[in-house]
Design a protein around this ligand. Structure first.
Ligand code: CDP
Ligand code: MG
Length: 665
């Protein structure tokens, strides 16, 4: 199919249609829609099963109504009277959009009867009966209440995603259920929901729980492969979308699977540019990004219908694979790629890697084209390439750094980590590495058993990677919480810089004023302060190529981290002009992410001797400091360090005397 090139249409000015706001759907329509969902006929059976059994596994195609309906069915059946019905989601977007939808279906205000709770955003009240939440949030609650007493039902949704948090939650919820039974407390009902059919594993793990299959409503999808392998999947996606745009009727929307924010935003701009220059008889095109870091209001735009006569093209990450349903999709363009966190046992570090998807994922993506009628899926792979894909994705718990997991388990007072009831046990060495890293951070100690130190307990209170939690706690001793909170908040959001491909040099020039010889962390601090001084003024953000949404998110997160500090009685203090102390403090948590300059001008990580390079977007790109620390590694053509700070070698030694074996002075 990709053999034909699209003619990039001749430039002819045409007014670009912005999305018009649509009138809200009436409550009556929503109620009728509820009754027409494939899940509706199974309603009674599902309620009966849940009343009769402790655990039920439920399998049904994406879009059949599992996530939106089951919690409502259970509440209507009385489970809301004896506790809250929780429904966990691996993704924050899903929790927010679904809660919004369900509150509309029930004609109530969001946060009242139906609410959501995600990291840094709790939209629930005393009266909330149906609570959509990220699995991470439920895990945090389990720290304070291991029996999860407030809940009558816990629905573990999107179980097939097998994120780390879901995997731990499986064990925690299973244990809570058992203990509630032993203590003669009200039983905890558990429902495991998934879109894929590989259920034996789940059923085995949940004490041979019975599996309910929901009747699907999947229409046939024609699958197309490329004739030749595609070197540049982004370009191939662009070409394919415009091919569809030229041929298909305008009401047929397109969903493109890509790997991340930067890629999506760049492609979105290119597509809008080309669409703007299309001949005026061509339908117009509305391009909508959809990825986790996008603020909820912007995410919701992807779900709105495009104005009549124009085509909606959604550029999404694997978010759109199963956890959200978008109407009107008739064509799926699957780049066959996904961004994954991957642990390198050699370096003990995680990095983000763009990888080929598994066959199971590719089929899920294909299914998105056949929701309402038959559709087409364009795989940007040859058929041979597809055949070589792995069958299924390896669960996250078996491929990432487990320091955060182990910290959480210990906070849950699960001391024998090796014996935790994992559905798929991570490698023993990975668990040991994690324990060792926590030990280096000062979070664990071995008494009779492995346990958290007082510092570790405080670290577990922060919904952050343990290294960053440590940095915040170290800031207390260095009297620079003011600055550190800002930096950590800025690192918790997606890039605050936005660089249009066509204005790269201009952006670099205006941004020079924020840059610092000390590195990117200090630059982030400068940006935040400047943003705050102009109160997030929009023209200012545009002039300076600052993504105001992301900085506003960071502000919000900072507020919450500040509240947490207050609760832990950590005073808010500023380092004033002393930026060195800020970097010293960063080194206290990031010493494992440290690299040193070699004679040849390249860098290697200090203890693990892995070759790494400074990311071209860093303000240290042109410099060659002797020692740096970095926030994360990104693997593309090389292994790049992102968000760096210059450090003194002594600071690293002081941060972890036991870690750095040899003294290099
Ligand atoms: O969980 P599952 O994939 O089985 O389906 P769901 O998320 O409960 O969605 C059921 C139906 O509700 C979808 O087919 C959509 O038509 C609709 N829906 C929606 O319009 N907006 C949402 N945010 C979520 C669902
Ligand atoms: Mg669902």
């Amino acid at each position: 199919m990709v053999e034909r090139e699209v003619d990039i249409p001749t430039p002819k000015k045409r007014k670009y249609h912005h999305n018009v706001s649509m009138s809200p759907v009436s409550g009556e329509t929503l109620r009728r829609e509820r009754l027409s969902l494939p899940i509706y006929p199974a309603r009674r059976k599902i309620i009966q099963q849940v009343q009769r059994l402790d655990t039920v596994i439920l399998i049904g195609e994406t879009g059949s109504g599992k996530t939106t309906q089951i919690p409502q069915y259970l509440m209507e059946a009385g489970f809301g009277k004896i506790g809250t019905v929780a429904c966990t989601q691996p993704r924050r977007v899903a929790a927010v959009t679904v809660a919004t939808r369900v509150s509309k279906e029930r004609g109530c205000e969001l946060g009242a009867q139906v609410g959501y709770c995600v990291r840094f955003d709790d939209m629930t009240s005393e009266n909330t009966k149906i609570k959509y939440m990220t699995d991470g949030m439920l895990l945090r609650e389990a720290i304070g209440d291991p029996l999860l007493k407030r809940y009558s039902v816990i629905i573990l949704d999107e179980a097939h995603e097998r994120t780390i948090q879901t995997d731990i939650l499986f064990g925690v919820v299973k244990a809570a259920q058992k203990r509630r039974k032993q203590s003669n407390l009200r039983p905890l009902k558990v429902i495991v929901m998934s879109a894929t059919m590989d259920v034996d594993h789940f059923s085995q793990y949940f004490n041979r729980a019975p599996v309910l299959y929901l009747e699907g409503r999947q229409h046939p999808v024609k699958v197309m492969y490329t004739m030749e392998p595609q070197e540049d999947y982004i370009y191939a996606a662009l070409v394919t979308v415009f091919q569809i745009h030229q041929e298909a009727p305008p009401q047929e929307d397109v969903l493109v699977f890509l790997t991340g924010q930067e890629e999506i935003e760049t492609l979105a701009r290119t597509m809008r540019d080309i669409a703007y220059h299309c001949p005026s008889d061509a339908p117009s095109m509305v391009v909508r990004p959809l990825y986790a870091a996008l603020p909820p209001t912007a995410q919701l735009k992807a779900f709105e219908a495009a104005p009549t006569g124009s085509r909606k093209v959604i550029l999404a990450t694997n978010i759109a694979e199963t956890s959200v349903t978008i109407k009107g999709i008739k064509h799926v363009v699957d780049t066959g790629m996904v961004k994954q966190r991957l642990f390198r046992p050699t370096s003990g570090l995680d990095s983000l890697v763009v990888k080929k998807v598994s066959k199971a994922q590719a089929w899920q993506r294909t299914g998105r084209a056949g929701r309402e009628s038959s559709g087409t899926c364009y795989r940007l792979l040859t058929e041979e390439e597809f055949e070589q894909l792995a069958q299924t994705t390896i669960p996250e718990i078996q491929r990432v750094n487990l320091a955060s997991v182990v910290l959480q388990l210990l906070a849950l007072r699960i001391h024998d980590i090796m014996e935790f009831d994992f559905m798929d046990k991570p490698a023993r060495e990975s668990l040991l590495t994690a324990l060792q890293q926590l030990h280096l951070l000062g979070a664990v100690e071995k008494q009779k058993q492995v346990q958290l130190t007082p510092l570790g307990r405080q670290m577990a209170a922060f919904p952050l990677d343990p290294r960053f939690a440590k940095v915040i706690l170290a800031a207390k001793d260095h009297h620079c919480t003011e600055e550190i909170l800002t930096i950590v908040a800025m690192l918790s959001v997606d890039s605050v810089l936005f660089t249009p491909a066509s204005k790269r040099e201009m952006a670099a020039a205006v941004r020079r004023k924020f840059m610092s010889e000390e590195g990117d962390h200090i630059m982030l601090l400068n940006i935040y302060r400047a943003f705050k001084a102009v109160k997030g003024n929009r023209p200012w953000c545009q002039e300076n190529f600052i993504n105001s949404r992301n900085v506003s998110n960071a502000m919000d997160i900072r507020g919450q981290l500040r509240d947490l500090c207050q609760r832990l009685q950590i005073p808010l203090e500023s380092a004033g002009q002393d930026t060195a102390v800020i970097r010293t403090c960063l080194a206290k948590g990031l010493f494992m992410n440290a690299a040193e300059l070699q004679r040849g001008g390249e860098y290697i990580t200090i203890e693990t001797r892995q070759p790494v390079a400074i990311h071209p977007s860093s303000c240290l790109f042109q410099c060659k400091p002797g020692y740096v620390i970095f926030s994360e590694l990104v693997q593309t053509t090389k292994c790049y360090m992102r968000d760096l700070s210059v450090v003194d070698q002594r600071w690293l030694q002081e941060a972890a005397p036991n870690y750095f074996k040899q003294d290099r002075t």
